[in-house]
Design a protein. Sequence first.
Length: 95
Amino acid sequence: MSERQRIDVWLFRARFAKTRAAAARLITEGGVRLVHDGVPRRLEKPSVEVAAGDVLLFPQRGEVVAIRVEALGPRRGPPVEARALYSELDAETLA
């Protein structure tokens, strides 16, 4: 499956950022790490694309959050819809 989505759009639609600009700022400040096919890397551009199965690590409310992308969001919907886009992981085991 080759479906992919920009990371800033995904963070916005999954409700981890209030705006796409806020998501882009988080990425450009070096706060987001992507694990794709077992290879971790720090993201520097909001145009990087994510796919289902990728793992993201980023700061949220003073803690490091680790999530697995389960689906790509077609829109920014209600919180219940947004929670279906990811599953939470233990950040300490991934660090």
